[in-house]
Structures are given as C-alpha cells and as structure tokens.
Design a protein around this ligand. Sequence first.
Ligand code: NI
Length: 166
Amino acid sequence: MAIRNIRKEDDEILRKKSKEVEVIDDRVKELINDMIETMHKYDGVGLAAVQVGILKRIVVIDLYDEKPILKLINPVITKTKGKQEVDEGCLSFPNKYVKVIRPEEVTVEALDENGKKIKVTGTGLLAQAIAHEVDHLNGIILTDVMIPGTMEVISPEDQATPPKKK
Ligand code: NI
C-alpha cells in the first residue's frame, strides 16, 4: 500500500478519457488499495484512478457510513432519477467548493475487484459521488459541471469541519 500523488486542476491528464480495464490483475488490485489509502489520507469520499495519473476506468467511494468501500471497475451509469443541487468538492481542487446539479438517484453497473458484476443504486451523497467519479473517467472536471459563479475558496483553517471532497 502506498499514498499516491494526486493530480491537481491544471493537470492535462484530468481531461483525458480513461480506458476500460481488461484484466483485473495484481497491479489493478494494488492500484485500488493505493487509491483507497490515498482517498482516506486526504479525507475524500471518492477517487478516480485518473486523479492518481492512471487512465483506467476505476473508482473508489467511501462515505464513512459503516458500509463497505465501493470499488467500481468499468462503471456504467445505467439509470438516473431526479435532481439535487449540492455543494461539491474534489481532491484535485483542494479547498475549492462549487454548487452542481446532480441526479438524486443513480444506478451503476460495474465489476468489483474480483471481476464479479455488481449493480449499485445510491441516493443523495452516494448518487452525487458516483456521478462525480464517473465524470472523472470521461475527462469531466468540477469546473465543467459547476453552476457558473458558485466557486468558493475556503482555507482549511476557516473550517471547523471541512466538507468531504471527491
Ligand atoms: Ni473529483
């Protein structure tokens, strides 16, 4: 396990489309473990592989709600329902927060780290996190989806409890 370097907002790689994972080998499993460690280190609720410089369609999500950490390989959003206006951050945009419109409910199909097909439906924060991370896999970043003019820069010292980032 290792903490990986998080690519930040101006890094060109964040604009690239990630590629499907064809074989879930030990390198992919190591990457997933490193992504989880890196996400936790920086208090994120989600992380996409591209954010650590790897153009593979892999995301991890942990809402710190006692549920298992979601590990999604080749995720595809198959259904969305409703809308929610939410505050959103991103580990690639430290200390910046924007408002975005996300679906209220998202269904995603993916493979888990054992290559087993999984289907997850999330509402609220989970729906938001899935939508945000799948955007990353398509080279879409926070500034593309934010409601114009809503970006706020908040220094960590100003926050009693900093909002979690994706
Ligand atoms: Ni992000």
